[in-house]
Design a protein around this ligand. Structure first.
Ligand code: 3PG
Ligand code: MG
Length: 391
């Protein structure tokens, strides 16, 4: 994989830049601009080199149709403001655009309207790729969070142009390598979420490399129940006994310590009064909504003795402050170690990132990934088509 960062002579070159500007929109307004903010350095880098930037991106899932609400317009406006640079949002049918026409636009940045308005995009279509590539001289993928999709503007296009990774993609891969291949041990993963079946492949992929895997959140309820405790009306996944057995025996085989809650916080419902309970005290009408203080202490101890940490999935129902203690304590402990320069920390997943955002602590982690599916697939050990295409 070659990085754009080493290129020096891009003056006058047309650079096709694939970004993931798929930001959340509400009534035409962007509610979280993180994904935009993270790729500004790449745009600035290309501007500084006097290249002409042709941005390709999608927003939402228009499924090959033009959907007005899924225009890149609000995104265009946000980037214009942040860079103080005029951007031309080109809505013309892409097949009517060619290199000569692009020369007529005076703007340094051109943004092609939502690339998923074309059904060919999601088909990784060779002819579409040829047309897209005919618009530029080089191709840059700075859309790590789309790189698990074998789509034309992520994958096939790179067959037809000299192709490079963008600055944000480099950072993302660098951080993921530090927790998957170039690990400074001991290494711990804290993993949560509601369904153990959606995380089984990650857990299985990490067990041989990791010293500790801490399972929290609703998926820990299956482990607690498996240990013979009554979990009342707690959220749990059905028919996962064999998955649980598999994880337990594999972790023993590979000498990976598997940790799950030893005490919990329960309530009668999501807005109920919080009560700390031992695992053998949970009543039929109660549900587990957070980890208890003993568990918090154990996890903090593990973090204290760890050099690298990966965190995906909160410890409880943190949307209600009564059940946010566990997640907050984990975040604070990691931040404390980060400030002492004693840990390398990577965090990913929408819920975990919004928790860290709400604590204003994004800057106190080594890397916070904005990629959802791509982040998880990478951790599963899967090959990402957009990354393979660059190799
Ligand atoms: C994402 O937000 O996951 C990426 O932008 C990819 O979008 P998709 O999940 O709709 O393919
Ligand atoms: Mg997705």
């Amino acid at each position: 994989m070659q990085s754009i960062s080493v290129l020096k002579d891009l003056a006058g070159k047309k650079v096709i830049l694939r970004l993931d500007l798929n930001v959340p929109l509400k009534n035409g307004k962007i509610t979280d601009t993180t994904r935009i903010d993270k790729v500004l350095p790449t745009i600035k880098f290309l501007l500084k080199q006097n290249s002409k930037i042709i941005i390709l991106s999608h927003v939402g899932r228009p499924k090959g149709k033009i959907i007005k609400d899924l225009s890149l317009k609000p995104i265009q406006e946000d980037i214009e403001k942040k860079l103080n640079e005029k951007i031309n949002l080109i809505k013309k049918n892409i097949y009517e655009i060619n290199k000569d026409l692009l020369d007529n636009f005076s703007e340094k940045i051109l943004l092609i309207e939502n690339i998923r308005f074309y059904p060919e995009e999601e088909k990784n279509d060779t002819n579409f790729a040829k047309h897209l590539s005919s618009l530029g001289d080089i191709y840059v993928n700075d859309a790590f969070s789309c790189s698990h999709r074998a789509h034309t503007s992520v994958c096939e296009i790179s067959k037809f142009l000299p192709s490079f990774s963008g600055l944000q993609l480099d950072l993302e891969i660098g951080a993921l390598k530090k927790i998957t291949s170039n690990i400074i041990k001991p290494v711990t993963c804290i993993i949560g979420g509601s369904k153990i079946s959606t995380k089984i492949n990650i857990i299985k992929n990490l067990i041989p490399k990791f010293d500790n895997i801490v399972i929290v959140g609703a998926m820990a309820n299956n482990l607690i129940e498996h240990d013979g405790y009554n979990i009342g009306k707690s959220l749990k996944e059905e028919n996962v006994n064999s998955i649980v057995n598999e994880i337990l025996s594999y972790s023993i085989e590979k000498n990976c310590r598997l940790i799950f809650p030893e005490d919990v916080v329960v309530a009668n419902d999501l807005n109920g009064h919080p009560k700390i309970k031992e695992l053998n005290q949970i009543k039929l009408n109660e549900m587990i909504l957070d980890i208890g203080p003993k568990t918090v202490e154990s996890i903090c101890n593990i973090i204290d003795n760890t050099n690298t940490i990966l965190w995906n999935g909160p410890a409880g129902y943190f949307e209600n402050p009564n059940f946010a203690n566990g997640s907050t304590a984990i975040a604070k402990k990691i931040v404390e170690k980060y400030k002492e320069d004693k840990i390398y920390s990577v965090v990913g997943g929408g819920d975990t990132v919004s928790l860290i955002n709400s604590l204003n602590a994004v800057k106190d982690f080594n890397f916070v990934s904005t990629a959802g599916g791509a982040f998880l697939e990478y951790l599963e050990g899967k090959e990402l088509p957009g990354i393979s295409a660059l190799n």
